[in-house]
Design a protein around this ligand. Structure first.
Ligand SMILES: O=C(O)CCC(=O)C(=O)O
Ligand SMILES: [Fe+2]
Length: 591
């Protein structure tokens, strides 16, 4: 039964008045599959309650003032409806699809066949395929399935929907458009039912008020959110008192809020993809934290780091890196800023070139024969750029480093993790790779992508790593876009060392398999992945690059993202091994 009086309670006038005030609780959290069902259950509950009051306790309903009738009950039910919270729970099939990635091919094939009725045609196994062709087809389809299943817009597995009916006496946090908690559905294995739980969205300090979203806070317009709230709460005059509405309606300046609150608003904006708003908020948080007591130093570092991340989200790659460097100068103790500065310093040698563009112009003349052009802006070198010895040395150096240190990393990339080693963490590879970029790869890229760019030094490294695919460990990389304006994959081994593999491009619907020493280049926003290998081990270097157009046209960006605070900074790196971590970096501000 959905509703009922609390155990031991007698239904008297007083009790019912208490019920109307919703104290003590008189219904449980119930979850029903849709709103119509919830309404029907509430109506059934009314009938039962009525019958119970009249027959068991001889309560004369006419004694209630206002009389307890269906209208009164409808009001209560209306109150209940405002306690209805829609919940969504990811289908367990999404996790199942992810788990298939590491399953054997036979399991993959069986699963794809079993799921076929709910899968789109492109995920069906070809009916005539057998043996290795069938295995390869299952690997590729499972990789794609795991990817689409995780994307609610494409998933063939719809989420489980439910409605939670919360008692008013349950912790009912007030609404905020920048909530610090939200109600989520979860699967309770013990009861075998969906349940509601309150989940913190960020760290909540003791004494902080809990706030939850009562309407969709993904709605970017504060006026629309206000309208939604007024409709939902049945209060035509409702004004949201949250910090986000205050800032967005320009009632309050973001820099006047406590830095911690502005930072929370910025993080929320970034998470919701409102990068321009996030940028403004991070800047405001950094500014107000700089003026705040030393206790806000962590907030200042986070905000300065956020400025770079938001700029990256706005596609302003060079500005993002300049912001991180400026941020590091202001908050050198901030771990993420220090790591970023270390990486930028490590790759600075790659971009240090003569601005006359000598090497770039030489290659420009022969560009037609240097790159083979595939559709949609994918290019493959016609001749190997690296010798066989160079490739073998790079693989040995990476493997030796992994052996001596903490092995290959698997969690550097959040969305699509590769099994990799950052090039800048391996001193010998770093020096060699910087020279390779400066002397051979950047000029080739300039010729292909920016023939009018005057200098090779307009290219910069955002990240570079040696990737290792092996039949026994990570076999493939799901489809993704890179964090780059342009990307390279440099093949460090080729045919004979592995079966399958290659860089798969969605728009070509094929994997380009290159021989050792060849380089593929493409725009970072092209959807691509690492095709599954079925035997052996494949090594590549993947490099995420950005082209600094302002550098290339000869006008450096003096208007830094922290205009006014931006100061020229030189960072020198001392690589020294230390017992605890793989490497530590030392910085000297030489300005
Ligand atoms: O395996 C490949 O060729 C692609 C690697 C890749 O896309 C990446 O590491 O971002
Ligand atoms: Fe990639």
């Amino acid at each position: 039964m959905v509703c009922g009086a609390a155990a031991g309670e007698t239904a008297t006038t007083d009790t019912f008045e208490a019920l109307q005030r919703n104290a003590p609780p008189w219904w449980d959290v119930v979850i029903t599959s849709d709103a119509a069902a919830a309404k029907q259950q509430v109506e059934e509950a009314w009938t039962l309650l009525q019958a119970w009051l009249q027959h068991e306790h001889a309560v004369d309903l006419s004694r209630f003032s206002p009389p307890l009738n269906t209208i009164t009950f409808a009001k209560i039910a209306g109150g209940l409806e405002r306690c209805l919270v829609p919940l969504q729970l990811e289908s367990p099939l999404v996790a199942y699809a992810q788990s298939l990635l590491t399953a054997d091919s036979t399991v993959k094939i069986a699963a794809l066949r079993a799921l076929a009725p709910v899968l789109p045609p492109e995920l069906h196994l070809p009916s005539d395929a057998q043996g290795p062709v069938l295995m390869q087809a299952s690997e590729r389809r499972v990789a794609l399935l795991a990817q689409v299943a995780a994307d609610p817009a494409q998933s063939p597995f719809p989420p489980l929907s439910a409605l939670a009916l919360l008692p008013r006496s349950a912790p009912r946090a007030p609404h905020a458009c920048c909530p610090n908690a939200q109600l989520e559905g979860c699967w309770d294995a013990r009861s075998g039912q969906l349940r509601a739980q309150l989940v913190a969205l960020r760290s909540i300090v003791a004494g902080d008020a809990l706030t939850v979203p009562r309407v969709s806070v993904a709605q970017p317009s504060w006026r629309q959110r206000r309208a939604d709230l007024r409709a939902s709460l049945g209060d035509a005059a409702y004004e949201c008192a949250c910090a986000r509405c205050a800032v967005e309606s320009r009632t309050v300046d973001a820099s006047a809020l406590p830095p911690h609150d502005t930072l929370a608003l910025a993080n929320q904006a970034l998470e919701e993809g409102r990068c321009a708003a996030a940028l403004e908020l991070y800047r405001a948080a950094a500014e107000s934290a700089a003026a705040a007591p030393a206790a806000q130093k962590g907030v200042q570092g986070d905000a300065l780091h956020g400025v770079g991340v938001a700029l990256l989200g706005c596609g302003r790659w060079a500005d993002a890196h300049r912001a991180w460097q400026a941020g590091f100068a202001l908050a050198p103790e901030h771990a993420a800023l220090a790591a970023q500065a270390a990486k930028d310093a490590a790759y600075a040698a790659a971009s240090a070139g003569d601005s006359g563009g000598g090497s770039a112009s030489v290659v420009t003349e022969g560009v037609g024969c240097v790159w083979e052009n595939f559709d949609g802006g994918v290019f493959l070198t016609r001749e190997p750029v690296l010798s066989g010895e160079e490739c073998a040395w790079a693989v040995e150096t990476a493997e030796a480093h992994a052996q001596e240190h903490k092995g290959w990393t698997t969690s550097r990339h959040y969305a699509v993790p590769t099994t990799d080693l950052p090039v800048h963490a391996v001193p010998a590879l770093r020096a060699w790779f910087c020279a390779l970029l400066r002397e051979r790869l950047f000029p080739l890229l300039s010729a292909q992508f920016a023939p009018r760019a005057r200098a090779a030094h307009s290219w910069h490294v955002h990240d570079a790593f040696v990737v290792r695919y092996s039949h026994a460990a990570q076999r493939h990389l799901p489809l993704h876009a890179d964090q780059s304006t342009h990307s390279l994959t440099v093949a460090l081994n080729g045919a004979g060392a592995f079966e399958g593999g290659g860089t798969y491009f969605q728009h070509l619907d094929s994997a380009l398999r290159t021989e050792a020493g060849h380089v593929l280049s493409f725009k970072g926003d092209l959807i691509h992945g690492g095709d599954p290998i079925t035997e052996g081990t494949r090594y590549i270097i993947a490099a995420f690059l950005y082209l600094d157009e302002q550098d290339a046209s000869g006008c450096s960006n003096k208007q830094g993202p922290l205009a006014g605070q931006d100061k020229a900074m030189q960072v020198s790196v001392n690589w020294k091994e230390d017992a605890g971590s793989a490497f530590s970096f030392g910085f000297g501000d030489a300005s």
